[in-house]
Design a protein around this ligand. Structure first.
Ligand code: HEM
Length: 436
């Protein structure tokens, strides 16, 4: 049993992988080889960007893996979340969560996605804003409407505000130091978080009660209420609330960041922008979600943005048993990390890998362990089809109705936001309405 070599300083490694992964990952691979060992303050992580090793990780026995470092988000998502569940319970829960996200169902959600985008941008003309903020407002409202099933404008606003308040009360101190998850006579940051969170929890209870009363609809909450485990039992309300929170946390900021990267990259490559605008022009000023879904160049732009900046940069698993990786036995207790950031920039998979070149995805035949912005195996993103569809509908709608002018022509550097990498300034732009 032998762990590979790697940089020795735990504290410095943790700082470097969090602060500047694109700078340090290539250096480490060059110096120590692939895989290499990254000692971090959260334990020993064997990192790889080799397709054949990524494949082994994705194909590994789910029962040998625990999720990595998820305790931190437990206060946000609750105990019954696919994020935090392990082993058979995780697999059982995924079986119930996946059918509502099946590709076919996306069509039901497309109209919401387009309408939310249009109403968020209708009055914009000559305004300055950050694409990531705009994307976040849109993706939050999309989740409130399609996942929670809230449709009345006033209540949608109430749910979006409640989420904003909860998010504003989240403090890294109690997330990363769980012993601070105590009320301290109602004065500490955790107590303040809990107060806003209880309000949000009440709203979820209310929506569950209304959905039961109304009967089945197309929204994901309603599908979860009618879903049954193999023994024919339903999900408990607590578990449903946990999964609604999970979908919100997993699907809201990630999609907004991906859209921000796509706008940023497109507007630094005028030829690619013209190409996508030409494709969109055949649909008129109000393209339908079905038209946007089947626009090949738009899809290639979204995939290329996810390739260069895969939002979630590493897919991590902690071992509860020894694991064979590339002929080496990695001991239980260590973690494995498939680095999407480095995998997606391999010159043997992608020509001129640092270049924004959507054309490479037209008729591309890439294996799931060669292009993996949504991870892989038993924890692959449940919302992958939803997210890619939303990217296409939101991006296509934005570009059809508005022109965007970047505030800065300098390359936008990635910064770490928890497990994601986002454009440093959220992509500040001047927005102008397109004239017919
Ligand atoms: C561009 C947007 C998104 C990206 C890049 C993304 C990426 C990922 C990645 C890399 C994982 C971990 C996969 C693994 O460990 O193998 C993940 C997990 C997950 N994602 Fe996404 N995601 C996105 C949007 C969404 C959306 C919109 C939803 C739902 C509304 C969603 C729901 C989930 C869930 C529930 C998990 C946990 C799955 C599990 O642990 O079994 N994601 N996502």
């Amino acid at each position: 049993m032998a762990l590979p070599a790697g940089p020795p300083n735990r504290l410095l490694n943790t700082y470097r992988i969090l602060a500047e992964p694109l700078r340090h990952m290539p250096r480490w691979i060059q110096r120590y080889g692939d895989p290499f060992l990254l000692k971090t303050v959260n334990g020993d992580v064997v990192m790889t960007a080799k397709p054949e090793l990524v494949k082994q990780i994705f194909a590994g026995n789910p029962l040998k893996f625990e999720p990595f470092g998820v305790k931190a988000i437990a206060p946000l998502v609750g105990a019954g979340s696919v994020f935090t569940l392990t082993g058979q319970r995780h697999l059982r829960e995924r079986k119930l969560l996946m059918p509502p996200f099946h590709g076919r169902r996306m069509r039901d959600y497309g109209d919401h996605m387009a309408e939310v985008t249009r109403s968020a941008t209708r009055s914009l003309d000559g305004d300055r804003l950050c694409i990531q903020d705009l994307g976040q407002r849109i993706s939050l409202e999309v989740i409130v409407r399609t996942v929670f099933g809230v449709t009345e404008a006033e209540r949608v606003g109430q749910y979006c505000r409640a989420v904003g308040e909860v998010v504003s009360r989240v403090h890294p101190a109690f997330l990363f130091m769980p012993f601070l998850q105590r009320e301290f006579a109602g004065l500490g940051p955790f107590a303040k978080f809990q107060r806003t969170d209880r309000h949000f929890d009440g709203l979820l209870d209310d929506q569950i009660a209304r959905t039961r009363q109304r009967g089945e609809g197309a929204d994901i909450l309603s599908l979860l209420l009618s879903a049954r485990y193999e023994d024919d039992s339903p999900m408990s309300d607590e578990d449903i609330k946990s999964e609604l929170r999970t979908l919100l946390v997993a699907g809201h900021e990630t999609t907004a960041i991906a859209i921000a990267w796509a706008i940023d990259l497109l507007h630094r490559a005028p030829h690619k922008l013209s190409k996508v605008l030409e494709e969109l022009s055949s649909f008129g000023s109000e393209p339908t979600p079905a038209e946007l879904e089947s626009a090949p160049y738009l899809e290639a732009v979204c995939k290329e943005a996810l390739r260069l900046f895969p939002v979630v940069t590493e897919v991590m698993r902690t071992l509860n048993d020894d694991f064979e990786l590339g002929g080496r036995t990695i001991p239980a207790g260590a973690s494995l990390s498939a680095s999407m950031l480095m995998l997606h920039r391999r010159p043997d998979l992608y020509d001129d890998p640092d270049r924004f070149e959507p054309e490479r995805f037209i008729d591309a035949r890439l294996a799931p362990h060669e292009f993996a912005p949504f991870g892989g195996g038993h924890r692959r993103c449940i919302g992958a089809a939803f997210a890619l569809f939303e990217m296409k509908v939101v991006l296509g709608t934005l570009l059809s109705t508005h022109s965007f002018f970047l505030d800065s022509t300098a390359a936008n550097s990635p910064v770490r936001r928890n497990v994601t990498i986002a454009p440093k300034d959220g992509v500040p732009v001047l927005v102008k309405r397109r004239r017919p």
